[in-house]
Design a protein around this ligand. Sequence first.
Ligand SMILES: NC(=O)c1ccc[n+]([C@@H]2O[C@H](COP(=O)([O-])OP(=O)(O)OC[C@H]3O[C@@H](n4cnc5c(N)ncnc54)[C@H](OP(=O)(O)O)[C@@H]3O)[C@@H](O)[C@H]2O)c1
Length: 225
Amino acid sequence: MRIAILGTGGVGRALASQFVEHGHEVVLGTRDVAATLSRTTSASSHLPCFADWYAENPLVDLASLPDAASSAPLVVNALEGSHALEGLAEVGAARLAGKILIDTANPLDFSRGRPPFRYLDAHDSLAEQIQRSFPAARVVKTFSTMTTEQMVNPMSVPGLFTVFLSGDDPEAKRVVADLISELGHWDLLDLGDVTTARAPELLLPVWIQLRAALGTSDFNFRVVR
Ligand SMILES: NC(=O)c1ccc[n+]([C@@H]2O[C@H](COP(=O)([O-])OP(=O)(O)OC[C@H]3O[C@@H](n4cnc5c(N)ncnc54)[C@H](OP(=O)(O)O)[C@@H]3O)[C@@H](O)[C@H]2O)c1
């Protein structure tokens, strides 16, 4: 399948290289291709600059946000949460119509430094905002409760963890569940329609507190039935 991933940060890069490993065609979308290729640093100090990563991943394409999204039936939102609606608006509703839109983003604001704060109240979620703004897109919220390493390598923490899915379109969730299963995940939990994305998004403040208490990101959530 051809997959467009919007965002060239850690999530976009990790998913891109793993999807390619699994035989998919991947295009990364960025706001300004030339600017992204000429950056000498990355937002996260542990990531190489984009051009170095891109040279090592020759099967991944790079395009503008609209060009990337229009070239694939499945689009992943891996944009910074507080700018996701802006980035998706640049893509435009017409290019997202009918497409599966995986939303990995968290509604966190880093403008006051770290730790970031959640800028939505508990009665809304970024996934719902995206679904409301792009009603013809088939939004599926997933992967937002784990590190990039855990997204692409479920064995990176000892023990199983749960991958939540939320969205209004059962067929879209099935396609996304199959894609996620290819990466080795098997404890998938369909929470229900897109409003249920509030729950995994609300786990982020908990995640941030646990990260501080444990001094590591190498942990995750498992629902024990
Ligand atoms: N990192 C994690 O471990 C992790 C885990 C779970 C979920 N998430 C969520 O996944 C998403 C991506 O996280 P990330 O760590 O890969 O990257 P990130 O640092 O949050 O940024 C990802 C992309 O957002 C775009 N962006 C930044 N500012 C923007 C603006 N003003 N307008 C439009 N786009 C802008 C940039 O695109 P350009 O290419 O155009 O510069 C950048 O590549 C976030 O929402 C995050 O909450 C992250």
